[in-house]
Structure formats: C-alpha cells, structure tokens
Design a protein around this ligand. Structure first.
Ligand code: F1P
Length: 345
C-alpha cells in the first residue's frame, strides 16, 4: 500500500537527478544527432497532452537557438489531418519530425511517426523508455531513463525531456556559454525545491481559491500549458493557460477574489508581463510570479534560454498539495491512464 501522492511527491523531488541524466544524454547523443539536423529542413515537434505542451516549448527553443523554422502539432493532428497541418513538402525540404512521448507507446504519436515515414520523412524520438515502440520506429532516439515514473501525471518525465531538448538545442546551436550555464540546473532545481516547498504548500492548501490562470509567453507558453494541466489532472480544479497579453482580451473577466494568477516571467519582456499581473492583482486576484529575479519564486543568474525547467518544480508541487488538500490522490488522477492507446479500427 502506498500513501496518496507518494509517487508523485517522490518524482517531483527527485527530478534534479533526471535533469542531470538529460544533460548527459544530450551531450552523448549530439554527434550522432548532428547528421539528422544537418539538412536545413523545418522541424516539426509532436506529442500528446503533456508532451504536446513540451513540443510547443521545444519548437520555440529550437527557433531561437538554432534559427530553424520549427512548428508543433498534437500527434493526433499529424495522424488524422497531416495535410492540413503540414501541407506538402518536396523531398529536399521534408521536415524532420521530433516525436516526444514519456511512454513511447501512445497510439497517436506512433501513428504520426508511421504517417511521416510513409511520406519519406525522418524522425527523432524523445522518450524515457528505450524499449517502448517509439524508439524502435524512429531513425534515432534521445532517451532519458532517469525520467521514468510510476505516476500517471507527468512531472519528472516532462522536466527531464524538457532539459534534454533544451540541452540539445544549445549544443546543436553551438551556444557554449549557455551550455556551460545549464550545467548548474540540477543544483538550482534542488535549491528551488528546498526553498519554495513551504510556499507551494501554503498556496496549494488554500481552498478559498477556485480559478487558476497560468500566464507565459514565448517558450514559457508551453510551460504555462503544462502547469495548468497539472493543476487540472491532479487537483480537478478550473485552470487555463494564456499568453500574457492575451489575458486582457476577455479572460480577465473571470478574475475575482478566488482567482490565482501565475506569471511565468521572461527577462526580456518583464515590464509588459509584470503590468498584466499588477492589473489583475488590482482587480482582486491573488498572484504568484516566477522568474529570474524580483519574483515570488526567483531563480538567479540563468539565461532566459536555459531557465525553462526552473519554472516547473514549484508549480508541480502546488498542484500536488492542492490535490491532497482536496482529499484526492495525485498519483491516480480522475478518469486518466498513464498511456492512451486507441484500438485499431
Ligand atoms: C502523454 C499522456 C498525457 C496525459 C497523461 C499521461 O503520454 O497521455 O497526455 O496528460 O499525463 O500521459 P506520452 O505519450 O507522453 O507517454
């Protein structure tokens, strides 16, 4: 018998070791993977649920760090609506598919890879399970075994694959200083977990809160989506992600005293993002800001292009504590299974 949430808690707390594993695997694989990326073809990232949100962030990272046209689609769209999503490409410019899946066994993701292969395209798999079907189906794989987990909701796995893709983008783009800075991620992650666990617990246990909005732009939009999904899956709470400036265009009508707004700040656009959070606080919302400095959760001295993973641990913990406070088991979210398989038919 395990305690409710025991696996999730352990997986969240142990993620810095999985980040370390991700840095090592990205470094080990960079030479073999350079060949796949050599052709100046567009990149198409895909996944489902959490791993689709990772695809959104990864596409933004690769656009910025290797300067390549990079898109993201849910795998189900690449399976069922491939032409609407991608259009037709000549053989010379056929996109490289980067298929992300914790389990390596989700039906839509496998079908998207099959479709891509059938159209003559190449695929890189990013996964935590080397022996699952995805790695075997792809032309190459970035595997991070330390991200494997027992829980249904992804926490350590998501963060491990995020760091793996972030590291790969830094290496392939020859961003040596960024790569050197990223070596500090595991230590910074440990510090964050230690320092902000009490804050995550007190906000997570505040059951006067009912509505949660996660604001993030650029590569933080995918992270805002993922944090929002954690809140939904684990704690069955009303939760939505938005790009910062979008929140003024309608969603802010939902703000009241029971609202908590999370601001995932960039460094570059901090002032514009801060003004949205300030406006929502003036309308009565509670707020929690995360960013490099002068935020409720601050992670110091990491360049914007390498700090994405640092947004995750406190937000994951908050969802975990809220689930427990509501009497739910975060290890077993309502109606969900760890892998979605769709029978052939
Ligand atoms: C992705 C997924 C998520 C879902 C849940 C379980 O699977 O199904 O969509 O939110 O957390 O995992 P995978 O393809 O990454 O294994």
């Amino acid at each position: 018998m395990t305690m409710p949430g025991e696996h999730t808690f352990q997986e969240i707390l142990s993620q810095p070791a999985a980040w370390q594993n991700a840095l090592q695997e990205a470094e080990r694989m960079q030479s073999p993977l350079r060949a796949l990326f050599e052709k100046q073809a567009p990149l198409v990232f895909t996944g489902c649920g959490s791993t689709y949100y990772l695809a959104l962030s990864a596409a933004a990272m690769f656009r910025k760090l290797i300067g390549r046209l990079s898109l993201a689609f849910p795998a189900g769209e690449l399976w069922l609506n491939r032409n609407e999503a991608l259009g037709n490409w000549s053989a010379a410019s056929r996109p490289l598919l980067i298929a992300i899946s914790r389990s390596g066994a989700t039906t839509e993701t496998l079908r998207a890879v099959h479709e891509h292969r059938a159209a003559g395209g190449k695929t890189l798999a990013v996964t935590n399970y080397p022996d699952a079907p995805l790695a075997a189906l792809a032309d190459a794989a970035l595997v991070i075994p330390a991200g494997q987990e027992k829980s249904v909701a992804q926490t350590r796995s998501f963060a491990s694959m995020f760091v793996g893709l972030n590291a790969l983008a830094a290496l392939l783009g020859d961003h040596r200083f960024l790569w050197a800075d990223m070596q500090r991620l595991p230590e910074l992650g440990e510090n964050l977990l230690r320092q902000y666990q009490p804050l995550a617990q007190s906000l997570g246990e505040d059951l006067t809160l009912e509505r949660f909005y996660f604001l993030g732009s650029g590569l933080r939009y995918g992270l805002a989506c993922e944090a929002s999904l954690k809140m939904k899956e684990m704690s069955l709470s009303h939760s939505e992600p938005f790009h910062f400036l979008e929140f003024r265009h309608g969603p802010k009508s939902m703000v009241n005293q029971t609202t908590l707004i999370f601001g995932l700040f960039s460094i570059r656009n901090r002032l514009a993002e801060q003004s949205v959070v300030d406006e929502m606080r003036a309308l009565g919302a509670k707020t929690l800001t995360l960013g490099e400095a002068k935020s409720d959760v601050s992670f110091l001295f990491m360049p914007e292009e390498g700090q994405g993973a640092l947004f995750l641990p406190v937000l994951q913990l908050l969802a975990y504590y809220r689930a427990l406070a509501k009497g739910l088991d975060p290890d077993h979210p309502h109606n969900l299974t760890a892998v979605v398989t769709i029978p052939a038919g």
